[in-house]
Design a protein around this ligand. Structure first.
Ligand code: ZN
Length: 161
């Protein structure tokens, strides 16, 4: 095993042992269940969307070390991000774990690089992607009514800003 592989494995084991944002969130405004029957992984993802940003995110669940570590890394990566930023991270992560990302782009992925090794194992790709697909669904379903929980005049859309 190379030093890099050992480092990546250590990141995964550490996140599995002490997952970040591993708690229920009673005041979440989005809750999504995710399941990967091929491995037996399951999780619940909670999101608090404020305006267009993920102001809080948490998860609980059980499954293999890859699924849990990936969920932990995902929550840490997208917390505080806007929906557009989170979708972009989702898209890059997807390319990473499916082996479609050029090596030169891996460095920009930070700790998420630790999961790049699953691209060689199709069953593991499902484990690593579980929490991310839940995130994707949560953001999708939020597009219609996230602003209805706010009162007062709407801020103008910030596109192009
Ligand atoms: Zn799994």
């Amino acid at each position: 095993m190379s030093n890099t592989d050992a480092l990546y494995q250590e990141i995964i084991l550490e996140h599995n042992r002490k997952p970040r944002n591993f708690r229920e969130m009673p005041d979440a405004n989005r809750t999504i269940e995710g399941r990967n029957p091929l491995c037996g992984d399951s999780l619940t993802l909670w999101l608090k969307l404020t305006d267009d940003a993920i102001s809080d995110i948490s998860f609980k669940g059980q499954g293999c070390a890859i699924s849990k570590a990936s969920a932990s890394l995902m929550t840490a990566a997208v917390k505080g991000k806007t929906r557009a930023e989170a979708e972009e991270i989702f898209e890059r992560f997807h390319r990473l774990v499916t082996g479609k990302m050029p090596e030169a782009e891996h460095a920009a992925m930070g700790s998420l690089r630790a999961l790049g090794g699953v691209s060689k194992f199709p069953l593991r790709v499902k484990c690593a992607s579980l929490a991310w697909h839940a995130l994707h669904s949560a953001l999708d379903s939020a597009s219609a009514d996230v602003s209805t929980e706010r009162e007062g005049p709407e801020a103008p859309p910030g596109e192009g800003a």
